[in-house]
Write a protein that binds this ligand. Structure first.
Ligand code: ADP
Ligand code: MG
Ligand code: ZN
Length: 729
């Protein structure tokens, strides 16, 4: 591989991606410049490329430390799937025999192997260390670096030896450590242990914008789950339960109802567990019912839903588990079932624990309760937990709370009383305590402080308790109060809270809402927008992918990822050249797997007499700006113009103008999905009739004729676009 080739060339030709995600480019540069690099990026953020790409561009072999054999095999398969020689990537672990090990070493010596995946145990083996000393090592990547920390959820003691081994290998071998764990404790453990205090740190936002978060009341939950899966047939998903017993039970119920599902928990034999993982990866089963033991070893990019049958014990866990869906940026529906009974059970479990553990455990659980009960944007709450401020309008309706009708209340006076109490009484009390004061509940605690005589005592009784819960929760979410979990969840007044006391403002908060119960069977399940246009073709391509996957014993997503297949259904590539223009398809992949796919598409296009709408993308990409192509593609996918605007950092009006110029230059666009959302049918008819008879296409004139009260400028412009597209083109 030519080292001088730019990063982008390699990204495009090897991985088939046109642009970097997030900090990828800066991270790769940092490692190419031989700096120690620490990457904190959520699951699905694209950490692998951060070491794979520089490895491919560097002289020698990069060592990648990875905790699980399944994970290594998976990544090696994926790298080989991209094309080139099989020797480009290898793994070294206890599953290899002597002659296989020799082959690996030979390929490394010859310089062909760019990435070597090793388990920490193999890395530390004396014979391997002496081998590594005599070959060129470009850098060491420590993936899933949280395994170093006892505070992380997957502690692996062998991970602690990594630094010593690297020191033996040579002097200037840079390290890149990568993790998706957001907690500061784990992060500082990693840095200490790998002794990388001068590392350049890249910390991304933990927002997973493509995941849809939803909490439903836990009623008739088994029927609900069956119904949900039926509505999402053929999609891969995971159902988490807290106990092994529940796992077995739910798996059985699903199978009885004709849904093929396998159980997974630590009580099963290792071989059974490994088989189950394989079947999931190979899509022989779509649904796994599991305890949290299932997940880390699985880098399946196209898990489409994660269901929590039981509410998890912490928001951190919830985030990690839901994070396993939608890694490829596509659909990921995260549905949790909540009941107070489950919470009581969890509290009971904690009863026998030592006091400090119990207290921290309860605080952590309180976060889950608040999360479930609050009607504030779920995404905002999750990110708040990780210390990020998030504006709910950026959620784009990707959670149930943002989609629900909201009921607001005036919070100014209530907020003021709460904040004042906390300021006067000195940041010493938690939410429970405040609620007792407001509701006038006498407790040992508040009599000891004589707070039962405080003027605020019982003053909140005219509202119900959920009102005050919502108020305190939002006081925290909006930064008037801070809650420190390590400090028993005491509420602490912030500067912003203090300022509010000095100059109070009108404040609208959101009332908690009743959680949705069982869905109405007639009600359609949520539609997701990124569905490909040509469903028939998509189905055929998926079947073909499955066949090829079987033949080659590779997971389907190693052949082509879902989003690539979807794009094929809007672009209809029929030559290898055209195929390489599809997102996620580089030259290697196109050569290796492309033939049967383009043949199928070609036949399909001929049989169905399809006008390939995107000739332009392939023949004259320069003739159209990338923006226009982007807009056309996303309109094909029925993405709302507002979302298109947001994703490109444009205003709605700017996108509207672009769309208009696309239509004016002769391209027909089907905008009905969006127009129907924006303009009532009656009004549509009226404007349509107007333009059919009008002598000018001026929007101002149209507004005069039709009345400015009923229409906005943008609505008319949108209708004009629809009109021109349908009649003019
Ligand atoms: P992580 O290890 O951070 O969870 P992965 O490295 O497994 O994430 O990548 C997640 C998904 O994102 C994969 O499906 C990968 O192909 C895709 N991906 C990574 N980088 C890009 C990119 N620059 N453009 C498009 N997709 C990408
Ligand atoms: Mg990863
Ligand atoms: Zn939201």
């Amino acid at each position: 591989m030519d080292i001088k080739k730019s990063l982008y060339d390699n990204l495009e030709s090897f991985f088939g991606f046109k642009s970097f995600k997030g900090d990828q480019e800066a991270i790769i540069k940092s490692i190419l410049e031989k700096r120690d690099t620490f990457v904190i990026m959520p699951t699905g953020g694209g950490k692998s490329i951060c070491y794979q790409l520089p490895a491919i561009m560097s002289e020698g072999t990069a060592i990648v430390v990875s905790p699980l054999i399944a994970l290594m095999k998976n990544q090696v398969d994926q790298l080989r799937g991209y094309g080139g020689k099989d020797s480009i990537a290898h793994f070294l672990n206890s599953s290899l025999n002597k002659s296989e090990i020799n082959k690996v070493k030979e390929d490394i010596r010859s310089g062909e192997t760019k990435l070597l995946y090793v388990a920490p145990e193999s890395l530390a083996k004396e014979e391997n260390i002496s081998f590594f000393k005599n070959v060129k090592i470009s850098f060491v990547a420590v993936d899933e670096a949280h395994c170093i920390s006892e505070w992380g959820h997957d502690f692996r003691p062998e991970y602690r030896r990594i630094r010593d081994v690297i020191n033996e290998l040579g002097d200037d071998i840079p390290i890149i450590a990568l993790t998706a764990t957001a907690t500061p404790k784990v992060q500082s453990d990693i840095r200490k242990n790998l002794r990388m205090n001068n590392a350049t740190v890249f910390k991304s936002s933990f927002n997973r914008e493509n995941l849809f978060y939803e909490v439903r009341a836990k009623k008739d939950v088994e029927r609900e789950i069956v119904r949900f899966i039926r509505n999402n047939a053929e999609k891969s998903g995971i159902i988490y339960c807290l106990s092994r017993k529940k796992v077995e039970e739910i798996a059985e119920i699903l199978n009885l109802n004709g849904i093929k599902a396998l159980p997974y928990h630590a009580g099963l034999e290792a071989k059974v567990r490994a088989d189950t993982q394989d079947k999931f990866l190979m899509e022989e089963v779509h649904v796994i019912v599991a305890t949290i033991a299932f997940g880390m070893g699985i880098d399946k990019p196209d898990v489409r839903f994660v269901i929590h049958h039981d509410i998890p014990k912490s928001l951190e866990g919830y985030y990690q588990e839901t994070g396993r869906s939608g890694r490829d940026g596509g659909e990921g529906h995260c549905l949790a079932f909540y009941s107070e009974k489950d919470i009581d059970k969890l509290l009971k479990f904690m009863k026998d624990k030592p006091v400090s553990e119990k207290e921290i455990g309860t605080q952590i659980l309180n976060e889950v309760i608040d999360y479930s009960e609050s009607a504030v944007c779920r995404r905002k709450q999750i990110l708040h937990y990780f210390g990020e401020y998030f504006d709910a309008k950026d959620c784009h309706n990707m959670c149930d709370n943002c989609r629900a009708e909201k009921e607001y209340f005036d919070a100014k006076e209530g907020l003021l009383s709460v904040l004042k109490f906390i300021r006067e009484e000195g940041n010493r009390f938690d939410t429970e305590y405040m609620l007792d004061i407001l509701m006038g509940e006498i407790t040992q605690g508040n009599t000891a402080y004589k707070h039962d005589k405080h003027p605020l005592f019982g003053q909140g009784k005219n509202e119900n308790i959920s009102y005050w819960k919502a108020l305190i929760r939002q006081a925290e979410l909006y930064g008037f109060l801070e809650k420190n979990i390590d400090q028993y969840g005491l509420l602490v007044l912030t500067q912003k809270g203090d300022d509010f006391i000095s100059s109070p403002k009108e404040m609208k908060f959101i009332l908690n809402r009743e959680l949705e119960g069982p869905t109405d069977p007639d009600k359609e399940d949520l539609k997701h927008t990124n569905e490909a246009l040509d469903k028939n073709l998509l189905k055929m391509l998926k079947d073909l992918r499955k066949k090829v996957s079987k033949q080659k014993s590779l997971p389907p997503f190693v052949i082509f990822q879902d989003f690539s297949l979807q794009e094929m259904c809007t672009h209809y590539p029929i030559t290898i050249e055209e195929l390489t223009k599809i997102h996620g398809v580089g030259r290697g992949k196109a050569m290796r797997f492309g033939k049967p796919f383009i043949n199928l598409i070609k036949e399909y296009v001929e049989e169905n007499d399809i006008d390939r709408p995107d000739d332009f993308v392939i023949k004259s990409a320069s003739g159209r700006s990338a923006l226009k192509i982007y807009i056309i593609q996303n309109i094909d996918r029925k993405i709302s113009l507002e979302d298109i605007a947001d994703s490109k950092g444009l205003t709605y009006n700017e996108v509207l103008d672009e769309v208009e110029s696309i239509v004016n230059s002769g391209t027909r666009l089907n905008l009905n999905y969006f127009v129907d959302e924006m303009v009532d049918q009656d009004y549509q008819d009226e404007v349509y009739d107007y333009f059919s008879a009008a002598t000018t296409d001026s929007i101002e004139t149209a507004l005069d004729e039709l009345g400015e009260d009923d229409y906005s400028y943008e609505d008319i412009q949108l209708m004009r676009i629809k009109f021109i597209s349908e009649f003019g083109n």
